[in-house]
Design a protein around this ligand. Sequence first.
Ligand code: CP
Length: 317
Amino acid sequence: MRSFIGRDILSLKDFERAEFFRVFEVCDRLRPHAEDRRNTDLLKDKTLLTAFYQPSTRTRLATEAAMHRLGGHVLGFSDPRMTRAGDFYQESIKDTVHMLEYYADVIAMRHFQQGAPAEAAKWSSVPVINCGDGWGEHPTQVLTDLYTVLKEKGRIDGLHFMCIGDMRMRTMHSIGYALTNFDCEATFISPPDMSPTEEWKAELVEQNLRFREVEDVKDAIADADVIYMEPVVQADYTKSREERGKTVERTPVKYRVTRDLLRDRGKSDAIILHSLPRMDELPPDVDDTRHARYWEEAFNGVVLRMALLALVLGAVE
Ligand code: CP
C-alpha cells in the first residue's frame, strides 16, 4: 500500500482496496474525539487552508471542524469573489496556489471546474484534497459514505447499491470508481438527460463492476441494501454560482424514495444515504424511518476528514 504522507487526495479512481480500509481504520481510531466532542492536539503544529470556489455547507465546515478536533489551525475563503481569483484579475490557479502553499500545510479545494484541484496539486508543495470539482469527483464524500456503510451494515462486500439521481454528478462518479474495489453490484437510475456517460460506464466495465440501468426506482428497490441518492433537480456544478429561480421543478415519482415505497417494496434492512442538500426526491418524513442514515453520514463526514488530514499530514503513520 502506498503511503498517505504528503499525498494529494484527488480521485478515487486510483484508490486501492487496502487504502479504503486503512482510512476506515484511522477513522475508528479518531472517532472517539468527535463522539465525545473532545479536541486533541495531534495536528497542533499544522494549518489547513480551505479554498472554496463554490458554495458548501457540509464539506468545508466538516473539514474545518475535523482540523479543529485535531488541534490544528484553519484559514481560507468560502467565496472567491473576496479574493483576486474572483475579481477583475481572475488570478490563475497556478498563481493562487503558489501563494496558498506558503500559508498552510494542506489545502482543501472545491472548484466549479473539473480538474482544478489536480491543477492546483501540480503547483503545490503541500497536499491538495479535492472537495468536489465540477462534474468531476467528490472523493471525501464517497469515503465518508462507504465508511458509513461499513459502520451501519458491518461490511461493504456483498451489498447491492441502488444509485438514484443525476449520474453526471461528482459523487456518482466517485461511488462508481470506489465500488470497483468491492464485491458489490450497482443499479443506476436517472432521467435520460442525466444518464451515465459512455466514458464512465466503460471505465466501470474495464474494472469489472457489475451494474445495470433501470428506469424506475420501484423496479429496483427490492434488491437494494444501500439506497444512494442525489437530486435530479439541482444546480449546474460547472458554474461558479447559480441562484435558484422562482419556479422549481418537482422530482418525477420514479426518482423519489418515499415512506410508502420503502414499506411496500424495500428490503426491511435497507439503508438510505444522501450527501445532501436534498430537494423533494427524499421527503422529510423518511427521516423518521429506520432506513435513514444520512445524519450518521453527516457525522461521519467529520470523522473521515479527521482521518484524511491525520494521514496526509503524517500524524498516524
Ligand atoms: N455533500 C456536500 O458536498 O455538501 P456541501 O455542498 O454542503 O458541501
